[in-house]
Design a protein around this ligand. Structure first.
Ligand SMILES: *Cc1c(COP(=O)(O)O)cnc(C)c1O
Length: 408
């Protein structure tokens, strides 16, 4: 399999940077521009979504020093339990509701108690999680709610930015996740006292690391130059195809995280690049939402395939379509045709959290059957504007033929 397409479509619709963004001059702050975009009082910039979660956990720990556990979906980014441990706390897994990315509410209720510091409802693929249930259960247990909104910058529920439905929330500015400064994160909180605490904890705990910032600056310039269908072929597609040939799916999905989580201040230059690019984000989110609304019916018409979409009150974002296939064999057959082909088809997280060897044992890891099912049956189809109608139709036709065959 030495197939190599001449164009590589990105797996998610990230906002492309313009070269002019890199020449950004001092002006408005990224934090202020993001607050205006989200209609929130303030945002706080950290060096990643993961670092934002660490800072929020350190702050909440001050408020409830006897509580040690952080409850999260058993299917989420492996960086999440790593962040919990880095904050000196204990990850506790909660299985998903069958066929959903939300946590199962009965299991969540059973997992929460006197030891629970926080619950992490998680918005995936721009789709909005059921935060209200987490808030009700956490409140009974005396715990906090931190929304993991890493994949959903700009999404709203009942007109309100996600991240503001619980106590705190964070967005990722990593490569490919909507707006990017290569690695970054934005923290929000509804309560002014908690916002002040988050700012103080960050000032106290997050060090300057000039070499890390230099590296991120170079990576950001590379990202600006290569995040387009020709550049992505060798920056993203070729390493992906090599990992697939080795059978290393965790590396193919970019989840081969090392044990050290970078934790440092974001420098002024990267912040300015983000502050310049963010002006184009509302238009980009509108364009991708319109494209999604046009394409969703085609996917939804394929009987036997479930496409996650908005529920009443939701205004999600559309980086990619999250799709559940009828079974693992059909999903794998689709990926064997599409994943290496540069078409923007791929997978979200490869495993349920207990199945990443590098994470080791975690509380609740014995009851994750629905999370494993979700990992086994889902795939993603990019909603990048670079995916033209013909390419999208080709992807749909492949999925349709396989689903039809699975029913025969
Ligand atoms: C990417 C991601 C994170 C981590 O964000 P980084 O900015 O990469 O550190 C956390 N949670 C979810 C659901 C993610 O997709």
């Amino acid at each position: 399999m030495s197939y190599r397409p001449d164009r590589e479509l990105p797996p998610t619709a990230g906002l492309p940077l313009a070269m002019g963004d890199l020449r950004a001059r001092p002006g408005k702050r990224l934090t202020d521009a993001a607050a205006a975009l989200l209609d929130v009082p303030a945002t706080q910039l950290e060096c990643s979504g993961t670092a934002s979660l660490i800072v929020s956990l350190l702050a909440l720990k001050e408020l409830a020093p006897n509580r040690q556990e952080v409850v999260m979906p058993a299917y989420t980014c492996p960086l999440v339990p790593m962040a919990v441990r880095k904050a000196g706390l204990i990850p506790r897994l909660c299985d998903l509701a069958p066929g959903q990315f939300d946590m199962d509410s009965e299991r969540l209720d059973a997992a929460c108690g006197d030891a629970t510091l926080a619950v992490l409802p998680t918005h995936l693929a721009g789709r909005i999680a059921d935060v209200a249930t987490s808030v009700a259960i956490a409140r009974r247990a005396g715990a906090f709610v931190i929304e993991d909104a890493a994949q959903a910058l700009g999404a709203r529920h009942d007109g309100k930015s996600i991240g503001m439905l619980g106590h705190a929330g964070f967005f990722s500015l990593a490569a490919g996740k909507g707006l990017s400064i290569y690695e970054g994160g934005l923290l929000v909180a509804s309560d002014p006292d908690l916002r002040a605490r988050l700012a103080r904890v960050s000032a106290e705990h997050v060090p300057r690391r000039p070499l890390w910032e230099l590296r991120r600056g170079i990576e950001l310039a590379g990202y600006a130059a290569l995040y387009r269908p020709r550049g992505l072929r060798w920056a993203y597609g070729d390493p992906l195809r090599r990992a697939l040939r080795r059978g290393d799916l965790v590396a193919a999905a970019g989840e081969d995280f090392g044990p050290d989580i970078p934790f440092h201040r974001v420098g002024r230059w990267r912040e300015r690049v983000g502050a310049t690019a963010i002006d184009r984000l509302p238009g980009f989110l509108r364009t991708t939402a319109r494209q999604a609304m046009r394409r969703l019916p085609r996917l939804q018409a394929i009987e036997g395939l479930h496409v996650f979409s908005d529920r009443p009150g939701d205004e999600g974002t559309w980086p990619y379509f999250l799709i559940a296939m009828p079974d693992e064999a059909t999903r794998d057959a689709a990926l064997s045709r599409l994943w290496h082909a540069g078409l923007g088809v791929g997978r979200l997280f490869i495993h349920a959290l207990p199945d990443y060897a590098y994470l080791g044992a975690m509380k609740g890891d014995d009851d994750v059957a629905n999370a494993r099912d979700f990992a086994a049956c889902t795939l993603t189809v990019s909603n990048s504007p670079w995916i033209d109608d013909g390419t999208f139709e080709h992807i749909c036709a492949v999925l349709e033929a396989l689903v039809v065959r699975s029913r025969a």
